[in-house]
Every structure is written in structure tokens, then in C-alpha cells.
Write a protein that binds this ligand. Structure first.
Ligand code: RB5
Length: 142
């Protein structure tokens, strides 16, 4: 189950991503925002981060205009490793190396074609499980 959220800057791209997830048969819950009106990204960044940290949702996807504010917010929640990605190499590497549990995207940065490829890469790449990466991840929370 995927938790997804955005502010107004990511609203349009979120609609495209949700349609894509549906087409792939993947279940998700939209934590808002539900209109394109101006709103505050920390509200949605925190809601999705808490949903993922609770263990109820395996992964999260967050989108704001740049992806920056919403990923900074999400990374304040213990247990969250939110990765802002603008390319598929980073999306793959952050799953393999960081076991990132939230993907952040910039709705004003990446086009929908690239964004959907980044989403697929993020969702389809497992954590490597390598000892060195487990060690480094555990050091983040210390
Ligand atoms: C909203 O204008 C914009 O600041 C927000 O979407 C995001 O880019 C913040 O980091």
C-alpha cells in the first residue's frame, strides 16, 4: 500500500501518478491536498511521513513544486528516509543503498513522462540488503 500526498505545486503531477498506480493495479491512499488551491506543503509531507513510519504503508510518494520542502519535512519524522529524485539512476540507487521509503518529486521540475519512470524505478527496486548499507542506514538514526 502506497501513501501519496502533495501541495498545490505537485497537485497536477500527483493526479498523473495516481492514474498510473491505478493502471498498474497498485493500491494507494491520497493524503491530499485535494484541490489545486494554494496550501502548505508541511501538512502533507508530515501526514504521509507519519503514515509510512507507522508501518501501515510500505512506501510514500510526495510532490511539491520542487520536491525540496516536502522532503525536508518528511525527513524530520523518525524512521523516514525520503529521497528527492530527478532521474532514474538516483531512484534506483536510493532503494538499493538507502532503502528509501519515500520518493519526493518536484512537480515543477520533472515532466510527467520522466516522473512516471522514476516512480516505477523506485517502486520496483528492492533494497540490496548489503551489510555495509544496513550499517550506514542504522547510523542515520543514531
Ligand atoms: C509552493 O509555491 C512551493 O514553495 C512548494 O511547492 C515547494 O516547492 C516547496 O519546497
Amino acid at each position: 500500500m502506497i501513501a501519496i500526498g502533495s501541495d498545490h505545486g505537485g497537485f497536477e503531477l500527483k493526479q498523473e501518478i495516481m492514474a498510473h498506480l491505478k493502471k498498474r493495479g497498485l493500491e494507494y491512499r491520497d493524503f491530499g491536498t485535494y484541490t489545486p488551491d494554494s496550501c502548505d506543503y508541511p501538512v502533507y509531507g508530515r501526514a504521509v511521513a507519519q503514515a509510512v513510519a507507522s508501518g501501515e504503508y510500505e512506501r510514500g510518494i510526495l510532490i511539491c513544486g520542487t520536491g525540496i520542502g516536502i522532503s525536508i519535512t518528511a525527513n524530520k519524522t523518525p524512521g523516514i528516509r525520503a529521497a528527492l529524485c530527478t532521474d532514474c539512476f538516483s531512484a534506483e540507487a536510493t532503494r538499493l543503498h538507502n532503502d528509501a521509503n519515500i520518493l519526493a518529486l518536484g512537480g515543477r521540475v520533472v515532466g510527467p513522462g520522466l516522473a512516471l519512470k522514476i516512480v516505477d524505478t523506485f517502486l520496483d527496486t528492492p533494497f540490496s540488503g548489503d551489510e555495509r548499507h544496513i550499517r550506514r542506514i542504522s547510523m542515520i538514526e543514531e
